[in-house]
Design a protein around this ligand. Sequence first.
Ligand code: C2O
Ligand code: CU
Ligand code: CU
Length: 442
Amino acid sequence: MDATTTRRVRLEAQKGRTLFKGSSRADTWGFNQPFLGPTLRMATGQTTVTEVTNSLNEPISVHWHGLLVPGSVDGGPHQPIAPQATWTPEISLTQPTATAWYHSHIHGATAKQVQMGLAGVLQISDGQDDARELPSTYGVDDLTLVIQDRRFSHNGQMDLSIGMAEQMTGFLGDTMLINGQIGATAVVPRGVVRLRLLNGSNARIYTLALSDNRPMHLVATDSGLLDQPIALTSLRIAPGERYEVLVDFSNERTVTLLSAQNPNTGMMGGGNQSNGSFPVFPFSVDASLPTRITRLPTALGGSRPTADASNAKWRRFSLDMSMGMGMMFRQSDRRFSINGAPFDMKRIDFNVDLGAVERWTISADTMMHPFHVHGAMFQVLTENGQPPQPQNTGWKDTVLVNGSVDLLIRFDHPASEKTPFMYHCHILEHEDGGMMGQFTVG
Ligand code: C2O
Ligand code: CU
Ligand code: CU
């Protein structure tokens, strides 16, 4: 591959109409299509000029969640694209193979804009998947599943309203969408299939398992491949997170990906939930499709971080919610904050030296929050003082905080006061409500 190739990619945010269920179409938004956006593929070592045009009537942005790029092209809330305007960032990637995504990030409007459809998948490839014997035939043995929940009103429209319990939990739908569709199924070849899982829901946390309890072999976390697969029968995925797993379909049996109920629901006393699990996505096998990979790879060529935190500067963050007076709050109240301070576009919370390694301790005591940092990937050092659970031993950019986590983060990409990096809860209603901060690197 030629390291100097420059590609151009066009994205146009536009209105659309999408038939989800029944006979009437819902008003939706998408990039280049009625709902959601195309899967973008970018190669390590390549530069991509993306031309993002906003044909909607309100400002949007396009944040590259998972790309390790400078603040100047990060697409956060300080880089709104006005209606009819075009934003043309030049993205040069040096990071290895990973599944990332892109979504709008306008402060106060992210939840609504992502729900309407302003999100898509971005795959980074270093071109070595064949050598690793990883399934890589897009849509055949390499499937991307964007997992989202929605609610629909009787006229077929998406219902974006927030009930009383959701004022705290964030939006929780009652209908699953996979890649923007209700009731989709996958037909896969015999053999080993790669599933790239993205939780693109606003607030729902899924605890995934296969219906016959066969293992999911974890091969990649948010920011890249592991050193070797980890067999799991249960995998929790919170909003913003990505996990890649291999599933063996050699026995040709039908199987369904299931999820347990949202762990944040019960304790908040809300929702429609029973305790059982619900189907997320069914698979069946077509033995006439050509099988490419029949064995699990042993060495994936990725890595698990093992740095030493002893000299790192230490920062502490508490993810705060005002509780106990739910009835008294209006939606406009800013009840979510970090270290007691709700997000303020005009306040830079701190600066990190370029190249510094820092230890960040994140704590959350009232519910679970997926904590995300822009512009860097991190190592989970501990969860509640213990070694991280297996699914959190790879490189990450988002981690579900259930109590406290200790992270080690190296900041290799600059961000100025004009376009700082964000850190926030990826429950989008919490982020919009103020559980976000911003920092510069330099
Ligand atoms: Cu996926 Cu700051 O977001
Ligand atoms: Cu991000
Ligand atoms: Cu949160």
